[in-house]
Design a protein around this ligand. Structure first.
Ligand SMILES: *Cc1c(COP(=O)(O)O)cnc(C)c1O
Length: 385
C-alpha cells in the first residue's frame, strides 16, 4: 500500500476499512437500516468517495447536516435515500424536493417553508419530524409537538408532504447509564406514539448515533445514524477502542520531512521559544500546521512517528509547520512522519492527538484542511478480504 507520492502531506483514506466498518455497524444493529452520516465532507474524509463506499457496504441511507451537502451528493450521482437536517430560513427547499431528499423539520417556520416549496415544485416533500426529547438543541419541544404533527398531517392530506420519519438525537449516548438516556428514549416513544395515534405513518423512527448504535440496542428502532464509527473512530475512549467494537480507523495523516538538521544544545525552537534543545540534537521539520488542521493546542504535546519512534511536537505548532526533536537521529529529508493512523504500524491515533490537544477525535479528523490532499486506497470493493 506504499504508493506514497512525494507529497508534502497526505491524508490516506482506506475505503476498505470504511466498508468493513459499515458492515460491522450493520451487524451491531441487525434489525435496523444504517445511515452513514457524511456531513462535513465525511468528517474530513471526503464526502463523495466515502458515501459511495458506504453505499457499497450496505448503508441504505446517507445523512448530512446541510441541504447543500446533500444536494452535492445527488449532483455527484448518489442515488437512494439522503437526509439532511440543518435548515435555516430561505434554504433550498425546492431544490431538495426536486432532488428527492428527506428533509428534517423541527418547527413551524420550516414546515411552512417546505409546504410552500412543495406547491412550487408541484411535488410532495419527504419530511421527517424531529422531536427534542431532551438534547435541548434542534427538534420540536413536547409542548409544541401536537401543533407540528397536526399541521404536518394537514399538509400530508393535501398531498404536499409525506411524513417519512420521526426522529430525535441523544445528548449523552457516549456515557452509558447516564439517566438522560432512558428519559430521552421514554420521551421519544411517547412522541412517536402520539404522532402515530394522530395518523402519522413513518417509514423510519430513529434516534441512535454511533455510541448508541454500539452500546444501546433498544435505541436502534428502524434506522441508526452512524457518523464517527463509520470512520473507524470510537465515539469516546471511555467506551472502548475502535478494535473493541471491530472498527478500524480510515484516515492516516502523514507528511514528508521538509528538513533535517543538526542544532546545538540550548537552541530555542519555533515561535515563542517554548522548547529549548536539551543538548546537541537533530531537528526535523514537519510541513503541516494549524492551517492544515493540526491543533495549535497540541504544541509541545502532539505525537508523531518518525523512523519507528514517537516524537513530540517541539514548541509551537505554526500555521504551516512544526518541529520535532529527533534526538540525534538523521532520517533523510522526505522521510515519512506519521501523525496518526490506525495504530498498527506503531503510529499514534487520532485519539492520541485528541488527548494531546484536549479535545475529541471527531474534531481532529474533521478539521484536517483542504490543503491536505486525500489519497484514496482500496477503492474497489473487490479488494475487500
Ligand atoms: C452528526 C450526527 C450524527 C452522527 O453522530 P456520531 O456520533 O458521529 O455517530 C447523528 N445524528 C445527527 C443529528 C448528527 O448531527
Amino acid at each position: 500500500m506504499n504508493e506514497t507520492a512525494p507529497l508534502r502531506a497526505r491524508a490516506e483514506i482506506d475505503l476498505a476499512a470504511l466498508r468493513a466498518n459499515v458492515r460491522t455497524l450493520r451487524a451491531h444493529a441487525p434489525s435496523a437500516a444504517v445511515m452513514a452520516v457524511v456531513k462535513s465532507d465525511a468528517y474530513g474524509h471526503g464526502a463523495v468517495p466515502c458515501a459511495r463506499a458506504a453505499r457499497e457496504a450496505g448503508a441504505t441511507w446517507l445523512g448530512t447536516a446541510t441541504p447543500e451537502e446533500a444536494l452535492a451528493l445527488r449532483a455527484a450521482g448518489l442515488e437512494g435515500r439522503i437526509m439532511c437536517w440543518l435548515w435555516t430560513p430561505g434554504g433550498p427547499w425546492k431544490q431538495a424536493i426536486e432532488a428527492d431528499l428527506d428533509v428534517s423539520v423541527s418547527g413551524m417556520w420550516a414546515l411552512r417553508e417546505v409546504v410552500r416549496a412543495a406547491r412550487d415544485a408541484s411535488a410532495p416533500a419527504r419530511v421527517q419530524l424531529k422531536a427534542d426529547t431532551g438534547l435541548g438543541r434542534s427538534g420540536c419541544q413536547p409542548a409544541d409537538w401536537p401543533e407540528l404533527v397536526r399541521e404536518a398531517l394537514s399538509a400530508e392530506a393535501q398531498g404536499l408532504i409525506t411524513v417519512t420519519g420521526l426522529w430525535s438525537h441523544l445528548a449523552c449516548a457516549d456515557e452509558p447509564g447516564h439517566p438522560s438516556i432512558q428519559a430521552q428514549l421514554r420521551h421519544f416513544r411517547e412522541m412517536v406514539r402520539y404522532a402515530e395515534e394522530q395518523g402519522v405513518r413513518p417509514e423510519v423512527r430513529h434516534i441512535a448515533n454511533s455510541p448508541a448504535t454500539l452500546t444501546l440496542p433498544e435505541s436502534h428502532f428502524d434506522l441508526v445514524r452512524t457518523g464517527i464509527a463509520v470512520y473507524g473512530i470510537s465515539p469516546s475512549p471511555e467506551l472502548g477502542t475502535p478494535a473493541d467494537f471491530g472498527l478500524r480507523p480510515v484516515m492516516t495523516l502523514s507528511a514528508s520531512l521538509a528538513l533535517v538538521k543538526h542544532a546545538p544544545g540550548g537552541h530555542g525552537v519555533s515561535y515563542g521559544h517554548h522548547y529549548t534543545t536539551p543538548g546537541d540534537t537533530t531537528l526535523g521539520l514537519v510541513p503541516v500546521g494549524y492551517a492544515d488542521g493540526i491543533p495549535r493546542h497540541a504544541s509541545g504535546t502532539g505525537p508523531v512517528l518518525v523512523g519507528g519512534k514517537w516524537r513530540t511536537v517541539a514548541g509551537r505548532v505554526a500555521m504551516d509547520q512544526f518541529v520535532v526533536d529527533l534526538g540525534g537521529d538523521e532520517p533523510a529529508p522526505g522521510a515519512e512522519a506519521v501523525l496518526f493512523g490506525p495504530g498498527d504500524r506503531g503510529e499514534p491515533t487520532a485519539e492520541d492527538w485528541a488527548r494531546a490537544a484536549g479535545t475529541i477525535a471527531y474534531e481532529i479528523v474533521t478539521r484536517i484542511g483542504t490543503r491536505v490532499p486525500r489519497v484514496y486506497v482500496n477503492v474497489n470493493e473487490e479488494q475487500d478480504g
